[in-house]
Ligand binder design. Structure first.
Ligand SMILES: C[S@@+](CC[C@H](N)C(=O)[O-])C[C@H]1O[C@@H](n2cnc3c(N)ncnc32)[C@H](O)[C@@H]1O
Length: 259
């Protein structure tokens, strides 16, 4: 994983990721390498009745890769941290689960996503959902202050995945949960793919081989309790689909517990 990070231009990657997800926030109807919006969310397993209770514009900009809220089992009063919260769809759903006595902190590095999530939160009166600017490698939350860390389609975009899992462990109280959906591969991706910032920003180039992904989570102090493959997720462009077929790029959802 660090080999790929050394060879990739991480400054270019950050710019590409920010510009791609700025478009997802501002023009969600455009065509991307990946699907977005409500049809995707419903196919992945989100319940229409739940989606009806949150701002529709957050769902329009949904660019996640799997459903995992059934694994997270968020309870009333809990504190949830959403790493790479985007326009806020999962954060809003989590806020419904935490209720008025809990809180959800979404963290994202892209201004347009943050602005959209904050505006929608205010308009819809989601007082328990707050969106902070920051990096998923160094989220701006106190140590051991969170019950559940969630994330959807984001960690594959980080050039330093061990730092993300370490940050999640730091934020969680002992026994806290990490519930997420992300992209992994069956076979290690070749340099031609891992050094392509465009494929990386499209959620493919940065995907770790699945055993390495599991090891990175365990090394951060987690025990993986559930690991499942999301066959409903697919990439849409031909280029992305080719890499997907060749290297076994798949979406997974997992639940891990901090030791
Ligand atoms: C694929 S989108 C997913 C957004 C949201 N979770 C969803 O399901 O719609 C990835 C999001 O992660 C953010 N992101 C990517 N890398 C990040 C990093 N290192 N730190 C903070 N945010 C990051 C992007 O700005 C973008 O909003």
């Amino acid at each position: 994983m660090t080999t790929a990070a050394r060879q990739l231009d991480t400054t270019e990657l950050k710019q590409r990721v920010q510009s791609m997800y700025e478009e997802v926030a501002l023009e969600p109807e455009r065509e991307f390498h990946f699907e977005t919006g409500r049809p995707l969310a419903e196919r992945l397993g989100y319940q229409p009745a739940d989606l009806d209770r949150i701002p529709a514009a957050a769902i329009d900009s949904f660019a996640g890769v799997g459903y995992f809220l059934d694994l997270a089992v968020i309870a009333p009063g809990e504190t949830v941290l959403d790493l790479g919260s985007g326009a806020g769809m999962d954060s809003f759903l989590a806020a419904l689960a935490t209720g008025p006595d809990g809180r959800v902190i979404g963290v994202d590095m892209t201004d347009a996503q943050l602005a959209k999530a904050r505006r929608l939160s205010q308009e819809a009166g989601f007082a328990g959902a707050e969106f902070r600017e920051g990096y998923i490698e160094t989220p701006p939350v106190d140590d051991a202050s969170v019950d559940c860390v969630i994330s959807n389609g984001v960690i594959n975009l980080s050039p330093d995945k061990p730092a993300v899992f370490a940050a999640a462990a730091r934020a969680l109280r002992p026994g806290g949960r990490l519930a997420l959906a992300d992209i992994v591969t069956e076979h290690q991706l070749p340099e031609g793919v891992t050094c392509d910032a465009a494929l990386w920003a499209a959620c493919i180039g940065g995907a770790l081989q699945r055993d390495a992904y599991r090891e990175a989570i365990e090394a951060a102090g987690f025990e993986i309790e559930t690991w499942r493959q999301n066959s409903e997720y697919r990439f849409v462009s031909e280029r992305a689909d080719n890499a997907t077929q060749k290297y076994g790029v798949t979406s997974i959802s997992l639940l891990a517990r901090r030791r």
